[in-house]
Design a protein. Structure first.
Length: 175
């Protein structure tokens, strides 16, 4: 078993107060997540509070999108968000993710996205050949770029489907 850490940062020309809600509310991930649109029929389920600690998001899609869930476990307004990410398909894993928001000059924020976990089974072997950073690092960079764009454009409260097709589905479940 081997452990990994992936981390990417980007300075965004927006205050933390603008950026934070895009990460703290899973409904807003459709506006920026690099994993939106991966599968043509991605089903999303939201549960718990709308945002903050206890908010949950689950996805199920085709072979490429897989299935899994995320839960916000830490939410320090405008500073830090912690998540537990559980992958079910195409492989099983539980990883921990953090987003930090640090002042980076007048009206700008350095957003850092970090994921840590352990490679098990086949992934432990694969990680010796291709590090997890190389597998997911580009996705984190794309996500931070899209977060910057979403934050500067604003968010009207509507939900983007991520792919622009009518085949995406969303469900909300409240515990």
């Amino acid at each position: 078993m081997s452990s990994f850490a992936i981390s990417r940062s980007r300075v965004v020309d927006a205050p933390a107060e603008t950026l934070f809600p895009f990460v703290d509310d899973f409904h807003r991930w459709t506006a920026w997540s690099p994993f939106e649109g991966v599968g043509p029929q991605l089903e999303r389920t939201y549960s718990g509070p709308t945002a903050g600690v206890g908010a949950r998001y689950a996805w199920r899609g085709d072979r490429k999108a897989g299935a899994g869930s995320m839960e916000i476990t830490e939410s320090d307004p405008h500073t830090r968000i912690g998540l537990t990410v559980e992958f079910i398909k195409p492989f099983k894993a539980v990883n921990h993710t953090t987003f930090t928001f640090d002042a980076a000059g007048a009206g700008s924020t350095r957003v850092t996205w970090t994921m840590t976990g352990r490679n098990r089974g086949l992934w432990a072997l694969l990680a010796r050949i291709v590090p997890m950073d190389r597998i997911l690092g580009g996705d984190f960079e794309k996500g931070l770029e899209q977060l910057a764009v979403a934050a500067t454009r604003g968010w009207s409260g509507g939900r983007s489907t991520g792919t622009g097709t009518d085949t995406d589905t969303e469900r909300e479940e409240h515990a």
